[in-house]
Design a protein around this ligand. Structure first.
Ligand code: MN
Length: 235
């Protein structure tokens, strides 16, 4: 399938449902877009301790994420963007003003980030493990590659596990609040796991030790949600 229509399909599904409902549905259940909604966090601020501290989580969710959402909604007011799923907006983000790119990206990326984590250890599903082994050799090789992307992203940005147009998984990173759905991204695809490496994501607990924050991420990854996103992306 052509990339553009592929992502549009996924986008319709993804934004049709509220938080976590996204990844519980399948393409055949796609509903009409019902507007942009700020998501529930899904767990307590202290739930990811000791890997991510409660104060960081509270500020990150209530100030940073909420701020991106509010600023996006304000900038989108009175435009067709209010009726357009983020995934669709990202397809032509280069034609939008920076306020939409930065805040729309921040709104989307953090929702995916919260869904990427869980306080309950989740064993990686067998078919996801197989897909990772097919694309990267082994789970450790994947973690190494993803970790390197996260640790070496200069300044602020994100590390991603992405489903490419060929259905294979790859790792990439993007600056600021960009993501692989955007037409400006160097490597495009559908993100299924994201790690925020802005300093606001780790500085209170880890200060300058970003690598330690990145390594600890593996203790709280929600592999079930990653699998659901991969299945959805592959159709
Ligand atoms: Mn952030």
């Amino acid at each position: 399938m052509e990339r553009r229509s592929f992502i549009t399909t996924i986008g319709t599904v993804a934004v049709a449902s509220p938080f976590l409902g996204v990844i519980g549905s399948c393409a055949s259940e796609a509903k009409a877009f019902e507007g942009h909604k700020f998501p529930e966090l899904g767990y307590a601020f202290n739930a990811l301790e000791p890997y991510i501290d409660a104060q960081t989580m509270e500020l990150h969710y209530t100030k940073h994420h909420q701020g991106y959402f509010n600023n996006f909604m304000k900038a989108a007011e009175g435009t067709e963007l209010l009726e357009t799923p983020l995934e669709k907006i990202f397809e032509t983000i280069s034609k939008q003003p920076d306020v939409i790119r930065n805040n729309g990206g921040g709104f989307y990326n953090h929702t995916l980030f919260w869904e990427s984590m869980t306080p309950s250890q989740v064993e990686i599903p067998a078919d996801l493990l197989k897909a990772i082994e097919t694309s990267f050799g082994s789970l450790d090789d994947f973690k190494e590659k993803f970790g390197t992307a996260a640790k070496t992203r200069f300044g602020s940005g994100w590390a991603w596990l992405v489903v490419g147009t060929d259905g294979k998984l790859f790792v990439t990173s993007t600056p600021n609040q960009d993501n692989p759905l955007m037409d400006v991204a160097e490597e495009k695809g559908i993100p299924v796991l994201g790690l925020d490496v802005w300093e606001h994501a780790y500085y209170l607990k880890y200060q300058n030790r970003r690598p330690e924050y990145v390594d600890n991420f593996w203790n709280i990854v929600n592999w079930d949600n990653v699998k659901k996103r991969v299945d959805l992306a592959k159709g």
